[in-house]
Design a protein around this ligand. Structure first.
Ligand SMILES: [Mg+2]
Length: 270
């Protein structure tokens, strides 16, 4: 996690964005950040108001993106009405370009391994563990039975070591994916290259990589303004909040903060 630096003030962060909007960007995790966490991951929709904010931001700033562990097809479905929002799924292994899902060529050879892994998980883990097979990533949700955490993590770590997979711990979930060198940090680092300011909103441990990417850019380029916003929750602990410039209490507050930012733009329609 990034080293703390002097606190950023909200008004300074906003004015860095408003003064050079074409070179500003807003990046969002999905679950727990702009959408609630639910028992059934397939039922999740963005919180009220956030879509309008994202739509307005696409007109105001140079780059708006969602960076998620979700498959790109899921994101594509949720954000179909917002073609200006760039979508990165499965930690950047998939992207949506002009409405079509593109999967990284490096990942394809791992498909049979991931298929076998999903089948093993469904067979070997207790029935209360929800095995989500995103074909190139397998998520093991134990939200229905939090006491199974130890068993799930042991099983997952064994498989990660055996098959050479990347393991990501999250909110009542462990994800396994191919070792192709993508995470939220690599995506954000690449996406912010042409920008002079960027905001990243996240709620989980994997979002710390994106915070780190903002901090690294700031150290290399002191003129760059990186704004890290954590959406707090009891499940992640305070590690992410400690690394953030601002901490919000829920996805609803993400929409409220975006409204405050948008209102600072001359001519904004919110
Ligand atoms: Mg999240």
């Amino acid at each position: 996690m990034a080293t703390p630096r002097a606190p950023r003030h909200f008004d300074d962060a906003v004015s860095a964005t408003v003064s050079d909007p074409g070179k500003s960007g807003f990046f969002f995790d999905f679950d727990g950040t702009i959408a609630p966490i639910m028992r059934d991951p397939e039922a999740v929709l963005p919180v009220a108001g956030v879509m309008e904010c994202l739509r307005e931001l696409t007109k105001l700033v140079g780059r708006v993106a969602v960076v998620s562990a979700r498959p790109a097809a899921f994101l594509s479905d949720r954000f179909a009405r917002l073609p200006g929002v760039r979508l990165f799924g499965l930690y950047g292994m998939q992207t949506v370009i002009d409405g079509r899902v593109h999967t990284d060529a490096e990942v394809a050879p791992w498909a049979p391994v991931m298929r076998r892994l999903a089948a093993d998980a469904a067979r070997e883990l207790p029935g209360d563990v929800l095995v989500q097979d995103a074909s190139l990533m397998v998520s093991l949700h134990y939200r229905a039975a939090p006491a199974l955490r130890g068993a799930v993590e042991r099983w997952s770590s064994g498989k990660a070591a055996e098959l050479g997979l990347v393991e990501q711990f999250g909110r009542m979930v462990v994800e396994l994916r191919p070792p192709v060198g993508r995470d939220k940090g690599t995506i954000v680092a690449a996406e912010i290259a042409p920008l002079t300011s960027a905001w990243y909103f996240g709620d989980d441990l994997s979002d710390g990589r994106a915070f780190d990417a903002l901090r690294l850019r700031e150290r290399r380029d002191p003129a760059f303004t990186g704004v890290a916003v954590a959406v707090a929750n009891g499940e992640t602990g305070d590690e992410l909040a400690r690394a953030a410039d601002f901490t919000l209490d829920s996805p609803d507050e993400t929409a409220a903060m975006l409204n405050d930012v948008i209102r600072a733009f001359p001519g904004a329609r919110i």
